[in-house]
Every structure is written in C-alpha cells, then in structure tokens.
Design a protein around this ligand. Structure first.
Ligand code: ZN
Length: 224
C-alpha cells in the first residue's frame, strides 16, 4: 500500500513537473491561476487565467443566466495566444463535453460566455431535449439549406451559424436574447417574420431553463 502510494505521488510529481505545473497556487491540471467566483444564485464556478477586466465581464454575463445554466458550467478558462489548445483557428471559444468553457483571451466577447454556457446546459440536459428542439425547428439544418446571402431571421433561425445544427441554433438563440437584453436593442427580434416556430423555440428555452421568465417576457411580445 505504501509503495503504491509513493509510486502514485512519484508519477503525479513527474506529470506536474513535465507539464510545467510546479506551484501549489496552480491547478493540478495546469490550467493556470484559479479563482472561484460565486454567482448571484450562489453557484461557485472556477475561473482560470482571467485578468480583472475579463473577470468583470464574465461575472456580469453569468449573472444574466438561470441558476440551472450556471450549475451546468464546470469551469471557465481563458487561453492565452501562446497556448496550444484550440484546434480550429476560427474558434474564439468553445464548450467541451465535460462542460469546460474555454475562451481565447485575444478574441474575448462577453456574450460568448452566454453562448458557450448554453452548450454546457445542452450537454447537461437529457438528449430528448435536443430532439424536441429539432421537432420544432423542422428541416432547416445543414449546408444545403441556407447558404450565405439569405436574410435572417428566416424559418426560425436567427443567423446563418444557427443553420448548422440544433446545437448551435439553441446557443445562438440564448446569446441573441441576452445580447438584446444587455444592450437594450431588440433589432433582430423586431425583424422576425410571422412563423410559429419562433414562439415555440422561446417556450422551449423557458421550459428547459435556458432563460428565465424575465427574459421570456421581454422577447415574447416581439414574436409573431
Ligand atoms: Zn456554439
């Protein structure tokens, strides 16, 4: 038993030294400097490598989220431009299936926190929820349906990126709702055509707690 524990400590020490993680103030997984933020709903979320400005915006945008969304986030991590983490150059942020939200520092847009948190909640919900969204959306996803050049919103979609998948459609909706509320500018929702899918999608977001009643009440009067 003592031998195996020593062996474990040795292996762990090698791992830490080998990956440049030597200080006790650093996380064992070497994500960098960690702090714990406590949200307005009392949820504690580890935040890595945020400078004071990034922390300010993260806390501000997390405070818009439902408690269920906040609880779905495992951690938020800022990634410096010298770190090799993102495999896709175009990605400014992403949410991994362990519900880690990773953000490129140099391309940080606060509303991306809401978009990626929506992905975290989708990972956390039963897969039936995604099927339910797809049933509302209809046959709208995939490159063959909507090429660039369309005017959005169209057929329940708020932008071109949303036409990729139900997964992105949900996150675009959540990001757009909180962007509209935080800027007090509802242009995208005022341009919506008459189509029952928009209201059904909003109902879905409330039902599964992507948004709260206050957000719902602000958007609903704009949908036809
Ligand atoms: Zn996304």
């Amino acid at each position: 038993m003592r031998v195996s524990l020593r062996f474990f400590i040795f292996v762990f020490a090698c791992f830490c030294v080998g990956s440049g993680c030597a200080s006790t103030t650093k996380d064992p997984l070497c994500f960098g400097n960690r702090e714990i933020i406590t949200t307005n709903h009392g949820v504690k979320i580890p935040l890595y490598n945020a400078n004071p400005e990034e922390r300010y915006w993260v806390e501000k945008h997390i405070a818009m989220m439902t408690e269920k969304t906040q609880r779905s986030i495992t951690l938020i991590r800022f990634v410096g431009k010298d770190e090799k983490h993102f495999k896709v150059d175009a990605e400014a942020a992403h949410c991994e299936d362990n519900r880690h939200i990773c953000i490129r520092s140099e391309r940080f847009r606060p509303i991306d926190v809401n978009h990626e948190a929506a992905h975290a909640l989708t990972y956390d919900l039963p897969s039936t929820s995604l099927r339910e969204w797809e049933a509302i959306a209809g046959e709208v996803y995939g490159d063959n349906h909507y090429q660039f050049g369309h005017f959005y919103p169209i057929n329940g979609l708020l932008d071109h990126y949303a036409s990729r998948s139900a997964w992105e459609d949900i996150a675009i909706w959540v990001g757009s709702i909180y962007s509209a509320i935080s800027n007090d500018y509802y242009g995208i929702f005022r341009r919506i055509e008459k189509d029952p899918r928009y209201l059904r999608k909003l109902d879905f977001l409330l039902k599964w707690e992507y948004i709260d009643q206050t957000a719902y009440d602000k958007i609903k009067p704009l949908l036809r």
